[in-house]
Design a protein around this ligand. Sequence first.
Ligand code: CA
Length: 229
Amino acid sequence: MARENILVVEDEEEIQELVRYNLEKEGYGVVCVESGEEALRLAVQESPNLILLDLMLPGIDGLEVCRRLKRDAATGAIRIVMLTAKGEEADIVTGLEMGADDYITKPFSPRVLIARIRAVLRRMPGSTEEDEATAIRIHNLVIHPGRHEVLVDGQPVELTATEFRVLHVLVRRPGWVFTRYQIAGAVHGGDNVVTDRSVDVQIVGLRKRLGSAGRYIETVRSVGYRFKE
Ligand code: CA
């Protein structure tokens, strides 16, 4: 298998070196740049599999880089993992909604860095196209998308149609954070209009109905929700 290439966009030298060392040790091809301008140029030139993108950059910032990459057909499919600082939750939400795949908050351990990057690269394009006939099994839950059926420890659980959709959105990508807006968008189309705020209400109901499995729906403070991997 051809090795996967990662473009690292980071203006802090120490972090850049830490990231390069750990990614190369894992066998990834690594190219580092220090500005958004270079990132946009190299994204086209190198066609990396993934871009690790610091949000706080001199010149064009990371969010703007993300926006331009996602808008351009030549670079729109490249996976993006944002590097963020504490307190940048609003930017994380914006980035995820623009199409970034995940984020890592500084300071981070090499182990977390590698795990997140592997998880993002592992996902094949289109793998969210769920097979309605295939049950999703995770922890003590079984979810049958086609039948709108959920079992916890083998026992059926009654969910409303909206709660089922919210759960389905989360379990399709365990470990991935979804913003309220993304969840609301994904469940839209039923009888009820789901707003960002009512996503919280749905989650409360869902956790209660899922009983012992409710704890797998994790709140990611100021960002959204994720289903525990
Ligand atoms: Ca920076």
